[in-house]
Design a binder for this molecule. Structure first.
Ligand code: SF4
Length: 347
């Protein structure tokens, strides 16, 4: 969505898109009355945003009311980090989870960065500490240390390079070292091992951390059930899923990668093993294609809503936003900058 379009056009954009997607609360389409009610609040928020020199960034897993109503830019972690880095506005309202708002602050430290729910956890980001990473570094002194972007600023600060689900395979493949410490996604680590094995590349992956409490719930039985019921469906999954789910999928990739795959595919039915917000974006972008609702919900992402966005915009001067120690932020920035450098020509 373009930032400088008129409020009337923004409302039209909301109507056009919300009328094509499923309301996860009711399981049916948004009614005209529901959209009208949402439009009033959306107009108010968009006015406040302009008056307060604010930019709203939203992850695809947020509610479609945010994605189509008030966000200036929607994206996955990688695209949002780039947008945050380039932001000119004094205030960045980041609709996502805590590690994403921290990343925005690391990349653009002079801006006020506010997460509307103030804190919103992620099972991956809380799955490992900087001390645990330092202990691994000590044990494997020759290993390159990669952290998934879903990690705290403290963890990023003690890693060599940050990665996202969109570039992790490429970065691992291009890594010269034979040993790689990868944190904090244990299933993604297994999927990296499978990828390297397929390519005949020998590297040792030393993994530590946790799993995504949304993607780790998908399993092979569910996938086979979908395949039996919808044999013509293409199965797409995120690399945070179990290795057997990824292995049996037609496409495995980042959120942006899945959106691209569906757009370019001639298939008409897709089973999406990822968060429901992505299904809403797929529905809006692909009228005529059907999406089987096996999506799960990230409760933390859904804590961003129009009410707390409006409240943040009304109280901007009183809110401090994300605060990070300067030294720590600089070290964490090095890991993120290394990711941008190592993927310069890819996206
Ligand atoms: S979907 Fe998983 S990885 Fe993404 S924010 Fe939620 S818990 Fe974290």
């Amino acid at each position: 969505m373009q930032k400088d379009i008129s409020l009337e056009d923004k409302t039209k954009y909301l109507f056009d898109n919300l009328s094509k997607v499923t309301n996860i609360t009711t399981g049916s389409w948004f009614s005209l009355k529901e959209i009208n009610d949402i439009a009033n609040q959306v107009t108010q928020i968009n006015k406040l945003k302009r008056e307060n020199d604010a930019l709203i960034l939203a992850h695809y897993y947020c509610s479609p009311k945010i994605l189509f109503g008030v966000a200036d830019f929607c994206g996955d972690s990688y695209a949002l980090a780039k947008k945050a880095k380039e932001a000119k506005e004094q205030n960045i309202i980041f609709c996502g989870v805590t590690f994403m708002a921290e990343t925005a602050k690391i990349l653009n430290p002079d801006k006020k960065v506010i997460l509307p729910p103030m804190t919103a956890g992620c099972s991956l980001a809380s799955g490992i500490t900087a001390q645990e990473v330092l202990a691994l570094r000590k044990k494997y002194p020759n290993a390159k240390v990669l952290c998934y972007i879903n990690s705290s600023a403290e963890v990023k600060a003690v890693c060599d390079t940050c990665v996202t689900s969109g570039n992790v395979f490429k970065i691992v493949e291009n890594t010269k070292q034979d040993q790689i410490i990868f944190v904090p996604d244990l299933y993604m680590a297994k999927n990296i091992e499978a990828y390297l094995k397929n390519k005949g590349i020998k590297k040792e992956i030393i993994a530590a951390g946790a799993t995504c409490c949304v993607h780790d719930k998908f399993n092979l039985a569910q996938l086979n059930d979908v395949k039996n019921k919808y044999p013509e469906a293409k199965i797409i999954s995120h690399p945070e899923c179990l290795p057997e789910v990824c292995k049996n999928s037609d496409f495995v990739g980042s959120t942006a990668g899945m959106l691209k795959f569906v757009k370019e595919s001639n298939a008409k039915i897709f089973a999406v093993f990822s968060e429901w917000g992505l299904i809403n974006m797929l529905e809006a972008q692909n009228p005529g294609k059907k999406f089987i609702p096996c999506g799960r919900i990230c409760a933390s992402m859904k804590r961003n809503n129009l009410n707390n966005i409006e409240s943040v915009l009304k109280n901007l001067t009183d809110l401090q936003g994300v605060i990070l120690d300067k030294n720590l932020a600089q070290k964490a920035k090095q890991a993120i900058d290394n990711m941008f450098k190592e993927t310069e020509n890819d996206r």
